[in-house]
Design a protein around this ligand. Structure first.
Ligand code: MG
Length: 231
């Protein structure tokens, strides 16, 4: 019997690359660039403020552009940091584009897939942040291609995003494709709605059964996917 899956669609942030760590590193670097000591109190304050802005975005109270423009203005004011918040946002984005730490086991997974399973990156994000990270990590050379939502024109879970992916992958077979990601709403819901099998990477073990979106498989460590992929 042949392999069930021939294609793996893998999310980037917090699936293959540690975005949480990248974000902390980029903020710490920014604070130093503005002459501040990036201690835990200050970086935690930033995280809390940033999270509150993302919640407001989800509620539709602000737009993504407003979020990006606002994120350092208020934070700088509240913490006595001198500097233009808008320039800080650009500098932060540059810092972030240079941070591409791996998730434990991600490099091994890509190496194991080589020659056996085709791997494509499916990522929501902007090209100017994601492309340098894909290159800095070497993921561009270790995979068969990547789909950055800004370049695709749609974000996961929009079916039009997955439609583009389908069009671009040679010999795409939905029943032989597995979606791997850490986001229930973007990766799992998007993949499932497109008729693909899904695997949730539940790194922190926080998934609970009583959620609307049900992944076909759940793993808490990347190596647990070897069995599913038969590699
Ligand atoms: Mg993710």
């Amino acid at each position: 019997m042949g392999k069930k899956y021939t294609v793996l669609l893998a999310d980037l942030d917090n699936t293959l690359l540690d975005f949480d760590l990248a974000e902390r590193t980029a903020v710490s670097r920014l604070l130093m660039q503005y002459g501040k000591n990036p201690d835990k109190k200050l970086t935690d304050a930033y995280s809390a403020y940033n999270d509150s802005l993302w919640k407001r975005l989800e509620l539709g109270e602000i737009t993504r552009t407003q979020l990006i423009d606002m994120r350092f203005v208020e934070f700088f004011k509240a913490n006595g940091i001198n500097g233009d918040g808008k320039s800080a946002a650009a500098l932060y984005e540059k810092n972030l584009s240079e941070c591409a730490p791996w998730i434990d086991g991600a490099k091994e997974l890509l190496n194991k897939c080589r020659g056996k399973i085709r791997v494509y990156i499916i990522s929501n994000g902007t090209a100017r942040v994601q492309l340098p990270r894909v290159r800095a990590s070497g993921i561009d050379k270790m995979t068969d291609g990547y789909f950055i939502s800004e370049l695709v024109g749609y974000n996961k879970p929009d079916p039009r995003y997955f439609e583009k992916v389908r069009e671009c992958i040679p010999d795409f077979a939905p029943d032989k494709t597995l979606v791997l990601g850490d986001s229930l709403t973007a990766d799992i819901a998007g993949g499932a709605a497109f008729g693909l099998d899904t695997c949730l990477f539940d790194r922190y073990g926080t998934y609970t059964e009583n959620q609307a979106v049900k992944p076909d498989h759940i793993i808490t460590e990347l190596s647990q996917i070897y069995k599913l992929l038969d590699i």
